[in-house]
Design a protein. Structure first.
Length: 295
């Protein structure tokens, strides 16, 4: 909270003592001094007058006294102003305790020793405002609660973003599930029709095999029945009267009629039309079976 302490004399624009509590601000030391000398040369403080000036490095708290001494402390901008006044008064008191001769003779010499322990103790004492002011303590607690709430709000926003992402992902998964279910139903329908076709093909195949086996037998049986019927009709079995056929006596005279001789062009095993048809049926069923399996 306390960044720099400076005590100067306006009569000769001289620095009496200064102190940098935090060594991390050493890079800004020269800039702090320069601004303090500008205050000595430009600001006119009356005895007991307090003033503050906010800069980019913090707030300069100033106090003037009867000896034209300026007591200055650079604090953070959030440092309570009422505590800053008490800090300046304490700095004034300890400065004159450290060098009492300057109180009666403002232009006297400074102590030979460069002991600045009182400035170290002063900076440590007033660095924690809550130790000196209940209001500041309450303000610190409020600030801590505000920081905690801010962190909680940020976490809630992050969780909200994560929930939004999860909601989007769940919607995408739901859409994908609907598409998958539709595809599964279509595939099941296709497979069902494929199985039905296979069953039909196998049934036709078995029926064709049975036809191939039994159709020639049935055809032969029907043909034999037709032959017997024809023979019986020729023998007159239908009228009950015997038929007389003329008998011819064998003669020794040769006949001039030529006898028919078999030729090699006749097919001894003629193809059965029903079996040929069944062969084409088997061929068609085989093609249908192959095409169904390839789908």
């Amino acid at each position: 909270n306390i960044r720099y302490i400076f005590v100067g004399r306006t009569q000769d624009q001289n620095m009496l003592v200064d102190f940098l509590p935090d060594k991390k601000n050493k890079m800004f030391l020269e800039e702090f001094k320069k601004h303090a000398f500008e205050i000595l040369s430009t600001v006119n403080l009356q005895a007991g007058e307090k003033r503050s000036d906010t800069t980019m490095h913090g707030t300069w708290q100033m106090l003037g006294d009867n000896n034209k001494f300026y007591f200055m402390v650079l604090t953070q901008t959030s440092y309570p102003e009422r505590l800053a006044g008490k800090l300046l008064e304490d700095l004034q008191t300890q400065f004159y305790d450290w060098c009492p001769a300057l109180q009666s003779n403002p232009y006297g010499d400074l102590p030979m020793s460069n002991d600045k322990r009182f400035l170290i103790e002063l900076s440590v004492k007033w660095s924690n405002p809550s130790a000196h002011d209940k209001t500041a303590d309450a303000q610190d607690k409020i600030n801590q609660v505000a920081l905690t709430m801010k962190g909680n709000v940020q976490k809630m926003l992050q969780n909200q973003d994560q929930l939004t992402d999860l909601e989007g992902k769940s919607q995408n998964m739901q859409q994908q599930a609907v598409v998958f279910e539709k595809s599964a139903k279509e595939l099941a329908k296709v497979m069902w029709w494929r199985n039905v076709k296979l069953y039909i093909i196998f049934g036709c195949f078995i029926f064709a095999v049975l036809l191939y086996i039994f159709l020639p037998i049935i055809s032969e049986y029907v043909s034999d029945d037709d032959d017997e019927t024809t023979i019986n009709n020729n023998n007159g079995t239908g009228t009950g009267e015997p038929t007389t056929e003329p008998t011819t006596e064998p003669t020794d005279e040769p006949t001039d009629e030529p006898t028919a001789e078999p030729t090699g062009t006749e097919d001894p095993n003629p193809t059965n039309p029903s079996r040929l048809l069944l062969g084409w049926v088997f061929y068609a069923l085989g093609l249908q079976l192959v095409s169904t399996n390839n789908r």
